[in-house]
Design a protein around this ligand. Structure first.
Ligand code: URA
Length: 239
């Protein structure tokens, strides 16, 4: 791989800013192939060089994959003149990496959102041909019924003529307001809200819990992100 500046390589992990890297280098905390780095501008091949930062070996990844616990109020876009996007929740160094959200959550939807700069895998994950299930927890107005579950299972025809594939509706609680898990294999515009509205049960709250084999990390606070682990990435590639 082409050599890159040390500060770029180290900051691409999202753990240190370029300014911090500069300081660490000055303090002799960065070793490249066993030798202390001299300057941020020094270059190394990130795939073959052994880089230690404060004694810790850096694992370089060609692509970045993040799990974000999206809060309400942020758009799933890379830029938007109308308000904050999910990229605003990331540190500067990660914002520079050309990351984009893998699919969209509505502005008011919370929960699991993946961000990456690996276009092909992201595209595959979103393709209905690849059968990657997305699971949502929905709170709706009104009492959900077995009939609603059947309508989801049968594949719903929406009011505007959109035909939905068979989907799952598992009722968790039913009353004046109800809660359910919705499982989709596709991702049409506002799909969960439109399907539930068609049943006469408007969505009051929506959160994505799962995408393929990936579950929203319960220890990840709303608005925070973390890197996917090697195992999680491997699972995504195989899903
Ligand atoms: N379906 C919706 O209606 N909204 C989302 O944000 C995701 C799925």
């Amino acid at each position: 791989m082409e050599k890159q500046r040390l500060d770029k390589i180290i900051a691409s992990t999202g753990r240190w800013s370029r300014r911090e890297v500069k300081l660490l280098i000055r303090q002799g905390e960065v070793l490249v192939d066993g030798f202390p780095a001299r300057a941020s501008e020094d270059k190394a091949d990130p795939e073959t060089a052994e880089i230690l930062v404060s004694g810790e070996a850096l694992t370089y990844r060609r692509y970045t994959w993040l799990m974000l616990n999206k809060p309400a109020g942020y758009l799933s876009a890379t830029e938007d003149g109308r308000g904050a996007t999910v990229l605003d929740l990331l540190p500067q160094e990660l914002q520079r990496q050309g990351l984009f959200p893998v699919g969209r959550l509505d502005k008011d939807t919370e929960g699991l959102l993946l961000l990456t700069n690996e276009g092909v895998l992201a595209h595959d994950l979103l393709s209905p041909r690849h059968h990657v299930d997305k699971v949502y927890r929905a709170r709706v107005a009104g009492r959900l019924t077995e009939e609603d579950c059947r309508a989801f299972f049968d594949g719903m025809l929406l009011g505007d003529g959109t035909q939905c594939q068979s989907a799952g509706l598992e009722i968790l609680s039913a009353g004046e307001e109800s809660e359910a898990l919705v499982t989709l294999r596709e991702g049409k515009f506002h799909q969960v809200k439109r399907m539930l509205a068609q049943c006469g049960k408007p969505v009051l709250y929506l959160e994505r819990l799962q995408m393929g084999n990936l579950t929203l990390d319960a220890s990840l606070p709303r608005g925070e992100f973390r890197f996917l682990t090697e195992e999680e990435l491997e699972g995504l590639r195989n899903s």
